[in-house]
Design a protein around this ligand. Sequence first.
Ligand code: C5P
Length: 328
Amino acid sequence: MSKIDFYHVNYENLVINLEPSMNQNHPFRQDTYFGLTVDVLGAGKNCGLRMARGPLPTCRPSHIAIRGEQSTESHMARRKLVYEGKAKILYEGPEPGTLVQYFKDDATAFNAEKKDIVEGKGVLNNRLSEFFMTGLNTLGIPTHFIKSLNMREQLIRAVEIVPLEVIVRNYAAGTMSKRLGIEEGTALPRPIVEFCLKDDSLGDPLVSEEHIIAFNWASQQDLDDMLALALRVNDFLSGVMYGVGIRVADFKIEIGRVYEGDYQRLIIADEISPDSCRLWDLKTGEKFDKDVFRRDLGSLTDAYAEVARRLGVLPENPVPIGKPTLIN
Ligand code: C5P
């Protein structure tokens, strides 16, 4: 393998990250452009993200610019793995107190009983989570997101994860419908916040505030802060998505603790993406979230790409592949 680990190619206004060391086990649909093997995500109007993998060309084509030879930003092999979860990997970051969060294409449901590789999911979730977290940061709702690194990775603040999943529900669905016998799609009288213990071996059980305090998973002050954060995220997400014709039926967030001098505070961590939300078209009710995978309703990538397209994080109209230009 060459020492070069990060290419940046601009095909007119399509930016292509070439990350040869990345996730080689999960082939994308491949095309060849200018002698390079390029992974193509999406099709037709959604075709806009391309990523190359596999062996580097033995000689660098003259139109390819190289950014950051020996960069550690996108070279996974040299980095220290901190944690690997079902959909993401965390690597040690470049500065103390930072991590690199890598989004995989693995899709799991029903506590990992159902599994698959969904081509391009990681790229879309990285982009969408960046979009939502940036919006929250801008509004003063603190998150772990620092900056995007490339199509699958973002730099985040290291946090101590509170061992609770915080679920906000606006419409009945999923386990709430099952547990309480409320028809899916029923509007709830107000947003309802639930806490589940993060424990895969127990199936992330729903827990009460009494449990949380008694077992010391979080303090009363933490609970008050988490509730306030969750409702602020709900207002933001519901508003943004309503603007693009999508209803946020429910979502899950994770919350992390950061220490700043003598103080500690809670910030939004993990990811916000269609993997962790229920997103329904306002008019038709079509699902654009992980239920497409859970219930075998069609292409998960198409569903997530539709969310990305409506939010403007994918190009509305594909740019025909023209002659590439050197950008640095
Ligand atoms: O399964 P349930 O109906 O409780 O899920 C509520 C919301 O939380 C859904 O949007 C689901 O995608 C999300 N969730 C999640 N991770 C879990 C459990 C739920 O992202 N472990």
